[in-house]
Design a protein around this ligand. Sequence first.
Ligand code: ZN
Ligand code: ZN
Length: 370
Amino acid sequence: MEEKKVFPCKNCGGELVYSPETKKLVCPYCNSSFEIDVDKNFNPEKEEIDLLEFLEKSPEAKGYEIILYEFECKNCGAKISSPEKRRDVNCPFCGTQYVGEAKESEGLIKPAGIVPFEIDRKKALSDFTDWISKGWFRPNDLKELHKLEKIQGIYLPFFTFDAKAKSYWSALAGYYYNVSESVPVMRNGRKIYETRQVRKIRWEPVTGEREDFFNDVLVPAIFSERLTLLYNIFPYNIVSGLKPYDSSYLAGFGVYNSEMSLKEVYMVARAQIEQEEIRRCSSDVGGDTQKDLRVKTTLTGQTFKHILAPVWSGTFKCKNKIYPFLINGQTGKVFGKKPYSFWKIFFAVAATLFFVLIILLILAVFGGTN
Ligand SMILES: [Zn+2]
Ligand SMILES: [Zn+2]
């Protein structure tokens, strides 16, 4: 069974919102503020759960996915239901916010922790304005031209994984050396031989092994066309930023449902770790160049925790095109697609071609004498 959380002010009944600035719940109507009880002994490392053991018991488990099906708003009586991907809904008539929370068991994993919003709406808007005014080849008037369509603060579900990786690798390391060779060249229509230094590669088989510890590999538990944007606003500081999960942090913000099971998200994390191990083994090979790298990685001691982390998700419009962007709700890092100025790029390319042409002309005039 799910329950519906609401956040009414104890003094006036108004809707409370979480304030990233004061780290308290504040009432915009009567200005009361309320502390959130935080367990001082909370240690994110203690929240780690043994992955394989857990998957054996509940192979299909996923993070919270709760849809609040049609129910009556207890404030105004309107019939409302939460959108499919979200577990929060605001009554469209009176604004009352409801957040779906699950009771334990049901194959739904309760978040162990939450990275609360540090960036409030005002800061998010100014971070966005700074970002939109920067960059090469952007229209000069982008700052004036763009129109912010919407921006919304939302918590996204993630899993983080710890694991020990042991990798064995083999490869051919290549070492450059030069030899003098006689090569035929044409001079004034005659074939002559010239001595030249030619670079060769000496290949040596090498093998090695390495061990790495991966801490808090963070993978979102959602499908979204914005995932590439999301990876670009990483990292989140989990070690110092994680608080014990408390739905009070959700007051005034949206929260996405988990869409992928723990097992599916782990597949993504494992592929990322293996990719990183290939990169690290490759840098162990040595030599001037390398080929035929083969890496076998095994992971042990995998643990996980389910967490929520914040983003400001927005879109802006420029010349009738819509551009999405994301802002890391903890650090303020912005990433998105920006329009390029056709004319700026056109003139830059034209100027480059012009210089190349001049240099070719100079070479043709002064360099073509032998
Ligand atoms: Zn109040
Ligand atoms: Zn209502």
